[in-house]
Design a protein around this ligand. Structure first.
Ligand code: FE2
Ligand code: FE2
Length: 268
């Protein structure tokens, strides 16, 4: 069976056209290179998940710029908000993305049209960098998982529910992750959790489920495991992920680096 190929782009942080953030980051140009990289793949992903921090400041013009940059992609793509996003402005700029409007209060939704069911969570606390799944959002998740107990399911969310060892990022992590763990523990069909927010490729287990963080196509967070290390960004190679899914193997995840590197060369 051909695998389902799920692309994941996270932490795009798009600003208005040509604007440079933090003195060194042109996130729009970076996303353009990411889209070119995806279009150049031998086999395109069947769908793309865009796991938040879509834009830098939650502005309407930034979402319009983001949409223009993603427009060349021929496959369906699904967005969730991150802490840099404005949920209301985002949903208004994506009025044609019906899935974003499945539920009134939050941008949480289920996509049932693929062999792997996709459940998207909205961890945003307006005006704050950290993430939250309140009782309302958790109970939606519990109900939504209960509807399809035997279909393999992927959960995506911006804020990872586990600590990364990078203190300043963990300080803006998800509140009360044990509440999420308790719900996921009741639904054995959840096979993986895909996250963003930390701008690095990171793997973990959460509630016994493989969980990962996707690097950014723009800028990465500098790796520093010293407690009290300052928050800094780095221009390490930008990247996105390709997740291959089959019923037999589950999810197999690749990291794709964006840019021109020497090679490929033959092994013989
Ligand atoms: Fe981010
Ligand atoms: Fe974030």
């Amino acid at each position: 069976m051909e695998p389902l190929i799920i692309g994941q782009i996270s932490d795009l942080h798009v600003s208005t056209e040509g604007k440079v953030s933090y003195g060194v980051v042109d996130a729009g140009a970076a996303l353009r290179r990411c889209v070119e990289s995806i279009m150049a793949l031998e086999r395109w992903p069947d769908l793309l998940l865009v796991t938040g921090d879509l834009v830098e400041g939650g502005l309407r013009e930034e979402y319009q710029h983001l949409r223009a940059l993603l427009a060349p992609l021929p496959m369906p793509w699904y967005v969730i908000p991150g802490n840099h996003d404005d949920r209301t402005v985002m949903r208004d700029c994506f009025r044609d993305h019906g899935y974003l409007h499945q539920w009134g209060p939050f941008a949480q939704y289920a996509i049932d049209e693929w062999p792997l069911r996709i459940i998207a969570l909205d961890t945003v606390i307006p005006g704050e960098p950290g993430g939250r799944l309140c009782e309302e959002r958790l109970s939606w998740l519990d109900r939504t998982l209960a509807c399809e107990p035997s279909k393999p399911t992927l959960v995506m969310m911006h804020h990872p529910p586990f600590s990364t060892g990078m203190d300043h990022m963990d300080g803006m992590g998800l509140e009360s992750p044990e509440k999420l763990a308790a719900i996921l523990g009741r639904h054995a069909q959840v096979q993986c959790i895909l996250c963003g927010h930390v701008h690095r490729p990171i793997e973990a287990r959460f509630a016994g489920i493989p969980a990962s963080i996707c690097p950014s196509p723009s800028h990465q967070v500098a790796l520093d495991l010293d407690p009290g290390a300052p928050a800094r960004l780095t221009l390490e190679p930008p990247a996105y992920r390709l997740h291959l899914w089959t019923p037999a193997s589950g999810l197999v995840s690749h990291t794709v680096y964006i840019g021109a590197y020497p090679g490929p060369y033959p092994f013989d």
